[in-house]
Design a protein. Structure first.
Length: 132
């Protein structure tokens, strides 16, 4: 009768590379605001971002149109975001705002690696026309 003899194989053991600290990474609030603006543009029911007159003039002159109505503050690697939006007429405001909060959180955390602890949405207007 024959016996089955198992021959041990020496598979190489995975050794994780040592952690190397290359330096700090800093993502500016300006970049985070642009990410938030792009996420807001893709949210169904959001007609536009809203700003006050002075903020609107300053941001249109500086070319920061995606950042209108967006305030981002980062403290201890936690982002706090405030949005002022106009909603398209006919949409349920609370549903649009919840979807906006979700989209913004996902975009900021996935693209920038910054944790979001608060997203405040203020609906300041209703638009009767389709977004451009």
């Amino acid at each position: 009768m024959s016996e089955i003899i198992e021959i041990p194989t020496n598979e190489p053991e995975y050794i994780a590379p040592p952690s190397i600290h290359m330096g700090t990474i800093h993502i500016t609030n300006n970049v985070l605001s642009k990410i938030v603006g792009m996420a807001a543009q893709t949210t169904t029911g959001v007609s536009s971002m809203s700003v006050g007159l002075t903020e609107g003039i300053a941001k249109s002159i500086s070319g920061k149109s995606l950042q209108k109505g967006i305030d981002v503050h980062v403290k201890d690697d936690q982002a706090s975001i405030q949005l002022r939006i106009n909603i398209q007429y006919g949409n349920k405001m609370h549903e649009v705002c919840r979807e906006l909060q979700h989209n913004v959180q996902q975009a900021v955390e996935q693209l920038a690696g910054v944790m979001v602890n608060e997203i405040k949405v203020q609906v300041v207007g209703i638009s009767m026309q389709e977004p451009v």
